[in-house]
Ligand binder design. Sequence first.
Ligand SMILES: [Zn+2]
Ligand SMILES: [Zn+2]
Length: 121
Amino acid sequence: MPIRPENRKRYPNNWPEISASIRFDRAGRRCECTGQCGRGTHPGRCPNTHGGLAYGTGSQVILTVAHLDHTPENVDPTNLLAMCQGCHLHYDRDHHAETRAKTRAAALAESGQLNIFGAIG
Ligand SMILES: [Zn+2]
Ligand SMILES: [Zn+2]
């Protein structure tokens, strides 16, 4: 995922270096996903390499770095995984849905609608 503006300040200043060292030094320019994305389309480690063509779609692979716990501040190498955009988007998808649901629930609670629904239900 591109870094969202509201999250940008949560990344350390040296994030570009950290990200590059994970993607290029540790991962050797290859997606490190071994199934964490959950899309189940690559047995074992994902074959996509940075700048190459993605299997399945044939679009150019851009390697990104995923935070396994979805916390930008946590840049411990064990929390970071180089991922192609296909794996990364899939990995984040459930998390985003959950975040949206929580945000929606919080907004409803704030406006009192949850109480109304609670009274009906
Ligand atoms: Zn991948
Ligand atoms: Zn994957």
